[in-house]
Design a protein around this ligand. Sequence first.
Ligand code: MG
Length: 204
Amino acid sequence: MKIICIGRNYVDHAKELGNQVPENPVIFMKPETALIPKKMPFFIPDFSKDVHHEIELVVRINRLGKHIHEEFAHKYYQEIGLGIDFTARDLQSELKSKGLPWEKAKAFDGSAFVSPFLNIQKKSLDPHKIQLSLRKNGELVQDGNTKDLLFPIDRLISYVSRYFTLKIGDLIFTGTPAGVGPVQANDLLEGYLEGNKQFSLRVK
Ligand code: MG
């Protein structure tokens, strides 16, 4: 199982970090060991003093595929959830400035949280119009809608599958809206999808 993440996929977030809006999807990966086990908190790693939350819509792949056409991409997923792409921003900035890969800042143990998944047919959800938000200690810090994705889900699946075979259980983190910011020990992070709470996650 692999975790494929898309960067700079909302214009307002690309701008808040001073990045250009990309011409093609920005892709990076996290290994399976990045996933936070069920019911466990997020532990701030000792190598960063500035870990950021990034709330994202996550799609779970349910069919094997390569070179998937965009018009058929919807056949490759039935479930969506919320995720947090935890990012050691200080380390990422250092790596970016040196032109080095981001993995240490993005793919460390515990850097990927995912909520329980929802079946889009059963819940009558349109994955291309999903409101997602994150509250930190009760305060709204991120609020976005997948209608504002630069590269929508079906196009991402098509694009990603040109490079990487998609397998059942693979996860795609589709990018974060504006409002990313630091987490501290004892913070409570709560994710909402279409106004319904999907998770609570404690920071340690
Ligand atoms: Mg992200």
